[in-house]
Design a protein. Structure first.
Ligand SMILES: Cc1cc2nc3c(=O)[nH]c(=O)nc-3n(C[C@H](O)[C@H](O)[C@H](O)COP(=O)(O)OP(=O)(O)OC[C@H]3O[C@@H](n4cnc5c(N)ncnc54)[C@H](O)[C@@H]3O)c2cc1C
Length: 372
């Protein structure tokens, strides 16, 4: 490719959607991804249906992969009390392994050049040009989108404020096979965390949990903390003891934090988790990543007249982002507290059993309105 107009750093959901929309609008886009597709990531793999009309409209809904159709939520407390609720909007289950690969193929078809195994080390803005480098190459562009996810070595180079706040959460994920309902997402609480389970494609099941790192330390490791804390919930014990685990070892991610992080730094513009991360209980990080990519790429397209009008792009994107996400992220943090603590989650499930209508507004708060 001749010098790209836009460089996107990170080819997760937000980077790929930005790439597709910008490329379809005629911009020359280079996307740099440190891994190579397909690859697994720590994620619950439940996507809120708020994004379905948009994905269908853009011919990006991955129907051919056969995602599960999820309609019901089951919540259990650490002692095993159970609450079941129909989801007002619902969602679909699909592995990131397949979904990201599907989007990467769609991006290539749209004209995006993707360089895999390319870990960006440095981004500088000099005058009107960006200089982006990995270990061996230097790339120039008019605009850079940072979609490097929740935490990247690149954030250190950029000296981003959010890195100063440490987070105590560890994320763990497995794929399983076993007897599970097709249309239910389960949220099992345990002392120090909670675990989501839902079907994805090919009769496989995603099991993904967040746990406080002190619990892992106290137990002496991931497996030990599963036996000591997760097994206390009888539903989880039954799953761990009866399902077939498809990975040799779990996928683990540390320092999972939930906050807004700032939408720009040194004229680079952030999208998806790189801009702000929502607590996974809400099952909504991917929907936010898709929506923020739509807002950003539409702002870029609107204010690209031969070159980007940076100020106008950032102004429009910031307004849209703040209106849609700022409250959602802080609400997500509050709701997270209801499920990360064993006593509080016992009480939440008990209250939901007796007064189920109280749970509906809580569920509505965790997602946005469907969009096209
Ligand atoms: C435990 C857990 C469970 C979750 N469960 C759910 C769920 O069920 N539903 C949901 O909607 N959301 C869930 N989320 C959130 C969801 O995973 C994220 O919101 C979503 O992945 C954000 O997409 P993204 O494109 O912004 O970032 P990512 O998907 O993280 O993509 C970032 C990409 O950037 C690449 N990258 C990073 N640094 C560099 C670099 N220097 N150079 C080049 N490439 C780089 C990475 O390899 C990666 O491919 C969960 C998160 C966690 C931690």
């Amino acid at each position: 490719m001749k010098e790209p107009q836009v460089i996107i750093i990170g080819g997760g959901i937000s980077g790929l959607i930005n790439g597709i929309l910008l490329s379809r609008a005629g911009l020359k886009v280079l996307l740099l991804e440190k891994n190579s597709y397909p690859f697994h990531r720590v994620c619950g793999e439940y996507i809120s249906n708020e994004v379905k009309p948009f994905l269908e409209n853009q011919h990006l809904f991955p129907g051919e992969i056969g995602p599960s159709d999820i309609r019901e939520l089951e919540i259990t407390s650490p002692s095993g009390k159970r609450l079941k609720k129909a989801l007002d909007l619902g969602g679909f289950g699909i592995s990131r392994y397949r979904f990201d690969e599907f989007l990467a193929n769609e991006a290539r078809k749209s004209g995006v050049e993707i360089l895999e195994n390319t870990r960006v080390k440095e981004v500088k803005c000099e005058g009107i040009k960006f200089i982006v480098s990995d270990d061996s190459s230097v790339f120039l562009s008019d605009l850079v989108i940072g979609s490097q996810g929740k935490r990247s070595t690149l954030d250190k180079q950029l000296d981003r404020e959010f890195l100063k706040k440490k987070s105590p959460y560890v994320g763990v994920k497995y794929h399983l096979r076993g007897v599970f309902s097709n249309d239910v997402i389960s949220l099992h609480n345990f002392e120090g965390g909670y675990c989501g389970i839902n079907k994805i494609e090919d009769e496989k099941v995603n099991l993904c949990y967040l746990i406080h790192r002190d619990k892992v330390r106290k137990a002496g490791g991931i497996h030990e903390s599963e036996v000591r804390f997760l097994y206390e919930n009888p539903h989880l014990k039954q799953v761990f003891e009866s399902a077939e685990f498809l990975f040799e070892k779990p996928l683990i991610v540390n320092e999972v934090s939930f906050s807004t992080k700032g939408l720009t730094k040194d004229k680079m513009i952030f999208s998806g988790d790189a801009a702000g991360t929502i607590a996974p209980f809400s099952g909504n990080g991917m929907a936010m990543a898709i929506r923020s990519a739509k807002y950003l790429s539409e702002s870029i397209i609107k204010y690209w007249k031969g070159k980007p009008d940076h100020e106008k792009i950032v102004h429009r994107y910031t307004n849209l982002w703040q209106a849609e996400f700022a409250n959602r992220i802080s609400r997500g943090r509050k709701i997270q507290k209801l499920f990360g603590d064993d006593l509080v989650s016992e009480l939440t499930v008990k209250t939901g059993q007796v007064l189920p209508f109280l749970v509906d507004p809580l569920l509505r708060m965790t997602h946005g309105r469907p969009f096209r």
